[in-house]
Design a protein around this ligand. Structure first.
Ligand code: SF4
Length: 284
């Protein structure tokens, strides 16, 4: 099924987000989803526009809040495949509280972050993923803060699926998104998605020179958390591939006692006026 729509993205030519959009569309089609079975929820930022560029249910939310909305969508209609998406500023600054708790909650959604290490929509300020020394309009003498090690943080917070990719590795990225969607729990996929307009340091060439594919690391086992942490630290987190997966932990939905067999969206919630008035009276 075709997940393309007729909305033309207004990203800058060469922006990494184009490939992420294509990878989500391909992954959904490869899995055999129909557009009405997929919901893409996004936050604010250049990458937040992605929910409007995919032929599926889409919700362009508010800054840093893609995860609460996406979790609500999934809880109301667990039949939907739910993807939350946004940038590193959206998810790892204003939205960080939600990110940490969605990770430890292990709710069955996929979170795809387009990590460009800068705020692009507001024309180039340091983000939580900018390296120390990074010069931008907000840090003309270089950032004095260090970059957030998001993959290590996710592992520490109890993530059950952690992956990282590079937007030009379309085949690998598509496969990781497929695996993330099929994972029964919360999947975090951080994608290095260069901002060609404002980030002149972390360019396509820079990533090609600095990234290591985990598939090329001898003996790497994505089910070994200790090895995952050691490997991330050894490579300064600049690795791509499936970093860690734990298939044994139950998802949030599986742990809720009495979780309805029928999704809330398909439940008849109509009540009589008298019953409604009684309910309201209880809360007055
Ligand atoms: Fe992409 Fe950067 Fe342009 Fe935003 S400003 S669309 S992140 S290249």
């Amino acid at each position: 099924k075709d997940f393309r729509n007729n909305v033309k993205p207004n990203w800058c030519p060469g922006c990494g987000d184009f490939s992420v959009q294509a990878a989500i569309q391909r992954a959904a089609a490869n899995i055999g989803l129909q557009p009405e079975q997929l919901a893409v929820v996004s936050g604010i930022g250049c990458s937040g526009r992605i929910s409007g560029y995919i032929n599926s249910y889409g919700f362009h939310g508010i800054h840093g809040r893609s995860l609460p909305i996406a979790q609500g969508v999934k809880m109301a209609n667990r039949d939907l495949t739910v993807i939350a998406s946004g940038g590193d500023g959206d998810g790892f600054a204003i939205g960080m509280g939600h990110t940490i708790h969605a990770i430890r909650r292990n709710i069955d959604i996929t979170y795809i972050v387009m990590d460009n290490q800068i705020y692009g929509l507001t024309k180039g300020q340091t983000s939580p993923r900018s390296e120390a020394g990074f010069i931008t309009k907000s840090t003309p003498e270089g950032s004095i803060e260090s970059s957030l090690s998001i993959m290590e943080m996710a592992l520490s917070a109890g993530a059950t699926f952690v992956a990282q990719s590079f937007s030009t590795d379309l085949k690998d990225l598509t496969a990781l998104i497929e695996a993330g969607i099929q994972h029964k729990g919360f999947s975090l996929i951080n994608v290095f998605s260069p901002c060609v307009t404002y980030n002149k340091v972390n360019t396509y060439d820079w990533f090609k020179e600095n990234l290591t594919k985990l598939a090329d690391v001898e003996g790497y086992d994505p089910h070994n958390k200790e090895l995952a942490m050691q490997t991330l630290m050894k490579h300064n987190s600049l690795v791509t591939g499936l970093i860690y997966q734990n298939n044994t932990q139950k998802s949030y939905q599986e742990l809720i006692k009495g979780y309805s067999e029928v999704p809330l969206s398909k439940t008849d919630l109509a009540i009589e006026e008298e019953e409604f008035n009684q309910l309201i009276a209880e809360f007055m």
